[in-house]
Write a protein that binds this ligand. Structure first.
Ligand code: 13P
Ligand code: SF4
Length: 317
């Protein structure tokens, strides 16, 4: 589905009438990003949800993001236009599995990536996103053991950048990012030798690329490991005009629109998250008309999960 101006206008009018704000993740369909009041990464969207004075938040993203918005804005109505918007990474660990893991490492500090259910966040000490994972881990005293979950590639990135050996990493992965391999990077390097790489730390290629830098095969100035919002900002300050983008394809819409003079190539042109694409304009309109599907989080779970998110926000990342 592509932009239908009448549908776009109907959504904006109904959103105004309901005092609703529409938030969209950088991986959403172009027409969803265009109808949203705010488009961003997980961290930016949670900040926006925390500060909005709208009565209703229509969350065009995946379920855990809508839960995070509800945790931060318990008095607001949070809507997810399609409940099928899940996340393969968040599904790799539940609260019972985390409790069992904690029991094996008494006293360890638990750092949960935002891609987790509210119940998992409630069992965690700190939340983090791809944009601030390193800062959050650096804020934890060096002698404390850390359980980092659920993404093994982000965990490896954090371990590498912080140099800490006392981080245990959960073996979860996102099927979309895990499928962006070193072979994709090698092919793209050969095709576009002057390009910079923008790599999301959830990618399967992140570790091999950093190893290639250490081995002298790739120039470190050509590689930027960034959250999706970091990727949006990089071209504006970069001296080069070509970029190879290793993350979900939805981000190309904003990259191209906001940087008309620059060229962007997908590292893997099949890196599509089906969960992010279930949200369509007709579903957003229906969501506003019927105030569905309302996302709720039990008060006790929300209160415990909120602590981990507030600790993250206090670090300022
Ligand atoms: P960020 O937008 O925080 O970089 O996260 C990427 C992601 O995979 C969200 O599902
Ligand atoms: Fe989850 Fe991966 Fe989709 Fe992000 S891209 S929502 S981590 S499945």
């Amino acid at each position: 589905t592509h932009t239908d101006p009448a549908l776009h206008d109907a959504i904006r009018e109904l959103a105004a009438a309901r005092n609703a704000v529409i938030l969209a993740h950088n991986y959403e369909r172009p027409e969803i990003q265009d109808v949203a009041h705010y488009v961003g990464d997980s961290l930016g969207l949670s900040r926006e949800a925390a500060k909005t004075d709208a009565d209703v938040i229509v969350f065009c993203g995946v379920h855990f993001m809508a839960e995070t918005a509800k945790i931060l804005s318990p008095g607001k109505t949070v809507l997810l236009p399609d409940l099928a918007a899940g996340c393969s990474l968040a599904a790799t660990i539940d609260a019972a599995q985390l409790r069992a893991w904690k029991a094996e490492h008494p006293g360890a500090v638990v750092v949960a990536y935002v891609n987790t259910t509210a119940e998992v966040k409630a069992e965690s000490d700190y939340c983090c996103t791809s944009g601030n994972a390193v800062e959050v881990v650096n804020a934890i005293p060096a002698d404390r053991e850390i359980l980092f979950l659920p993404d093994m590639f982000l965990g490896a990135h954090v371990r590498r950048v912080t140099g800490r050996q006392n981080i245990h990493v959960w073996m979860g992965e996102c099927h979309v990012h895990a499928g962006i391999d070193p072979e994709h990077i090698n092919l793209q390097r050969a095709a576009h030798p002057g390009a910079e790489f923008l790599i999301h730390p959830e990618c399967g290629c992140a570790t091999p690329v950093v190893e290639a830098i250490s081995a002298g095969a790739i120039d470190p100035k050509d590689v930027h490991i960034l959250s999706t919002e970091g990727m949006i900002k990089r071209p504006q300050v970069s001296p080069v005009d070509e970029f190879i983008v290793a993350t979900e394809l939805g981000i190309l819409h904003r990259l191209r629109r906001e940087n008309p003079g620059k060229t962007f190539f997908a590292a893997n042109d099949r890196a599509q998250c089906a969960y992010m694409k279930v949200t369509t304009l007709p579903k957003v309109l229906r969501s506003l008309e019927t105030l569905s599907h309302e996302i709720t989080v039990p008060d006790d779970v929300a209160a415990r999960a909120r602590r981990s998110i507030e600790r993250m926000i206090a670090i300022g990342g």
